[in-house]
Design a protein around this ligand. Structure first.
Ligand code: MRU
Length: 344
């Protein structure tokens, strides 16, 4: 992705360190964080310095590579297992995280007892996972852009951009490609309370690319649907089930129901690492519940009645019946067939 005219990934490995753009600071400051231990990487994922399903998948993979590089000779296997468990436990809903971490874990174990080789393989596997993820997002963007017609006004939720992936994005990858093709498009950006990934990150990415857009409150999309000013909805996903149900940022389900009520197509875009081939349907997905402080404070400023409790599920489930199609690097599929098709 281009930021201030320079090319970046959301996360990468350089000089024995995992580096990532601090997404909690954007768009007000552009800062790169550097980590030399998997414990620091786990904390960065938990605190959402890096966030978005494919981006935390790659971060977890790099975190495990750091663990392999520093694991003691005599406790290599146990150290790696405990690093794997700690990294995976940081955020429970996005399946990309466990897929990325386990990819490095399994490839590394194959080379025990040659530990020097195993350590090298860990880093190679993490890089391979990140590169594949970026390439898939580029590909799905090109494929998904075919759905976007000249003049379309598109609604998106949360940040499904390059920041949420290693590069290119998911929902935003399709929008980027359509813009590159010269299509005249406009993007409605849900602010995405409580952490404002839309208002801060999606709006920032669209500005960097020169794509026309406006931030709206999460509740405002109904008004624009009613005015017939939304032609299409595209979101990302954190987990896609075998039956085509998906988990994504809280509020996604509402957008899908609203789209159906107004006969507007609702698409989900995702790389293969977001498919959970062991998950039958949305009821099997664990939804991350985050601290109530995220709702009751805006930064340091209290914005809610202090003595009331607040409920803060970070994701919701959109049933397959509300999804027009799933955009993947292998094509655009009906929700119920997507898992099978991406495995073929
Ligand atoms: O809590 P976040 O910011 O990690 O949630 C991110 C989302 O819900 C995205 O829409 C999802 O990860 C897919 S984006 C590639």
């Amino acid at each position: 992705m281009q930021i201030n005219g320079q090319e970046y990934r959301s996360v990468w490995f350089e000089n024995s360190r995992v580096k990532m753009i601090d997404q909690n600071k954007l768009p007000f400051a552009f800062e790169i964080r550097e980590y030399s231990s998997y414990i620091e990487v786990a904390a960065a994922i938990r605190e959402m310095i890096v966030r978005g399903a494919p981006a935390i998948g790659a971060s977890g993979a790099y975190g495990l590579a750091l663990a392999a590089l520093s694991a003691p000779q005599d406790k290599f296997r146990a150290y790696l297992r405990s690093a794997r468990d700690e990294l995976i436990s940081t955020r429970p809903t996005a399946v990309d995280l466990s897929i990325g971490v386990n990819y490095v874990y399994e490839n590394t174990l194959k080379f025990i007892p040659d530990l020097d080789h195993a350590r090298q393989v860990a880093l190679l596997a993490a890089n391979e996972f990140a590169n594949r993820s970026a390439a898939e997002c580029l590909e799905l963007g090109i494929i998904g852009a075919s759905l976007i017609q000249d003049g379309y006004r598109i609604l998106t939720h949360c940040n499904a951009g390059a920041l949420a992936t290693v590069d290119h994005g998911t929902a935003l990858a399709t929008i980027r490609q359509a813009h590159k093709q010269g299509k005249n498009i406009f993007v409605y950006v849900d602010e995405t309370r409580p952490r404002f990934q839309g208002a801060r990150l999606t709006a920032f990415e669209l500005e960097q690319e020169g794509i026309p857009h406006a931030i709206i409150t999460d509740a405002a999309s109904g008004f624009y649907f009613w005015k017939n000013e939304i032609d299409m909805v595209i979101t990302g996903s954190d987990r896609i089930c075998l039956n085509g149900d998906i988990a994504n940022k809280i509020g996604t389900y509402e957008k899908a129901v609203m789209a159906r009520a107004h006969k507007v197509p609702f698409y989900v875009a995702a790389p293969v690492s977001t498919f959970d081939f062991g998950c039958e349907n949305g009821e099997d997905i664990m939804i991350e519940i985050r601290d109530e402080k995220e709702l009751k404070f805006c930064g340091e400023t209290p914005v809610a009645n202090p003595n009331s409790i607040a409920l803060n599920p970070a994701f919701d489930i959109t049933p397959a019946a509300y999804i027009t199609g799933i955009i993947t690097p292998k094509g655009i599929f009906e929700p119920a067939e997507a898992s099978q098709k991406v495995q073929a």
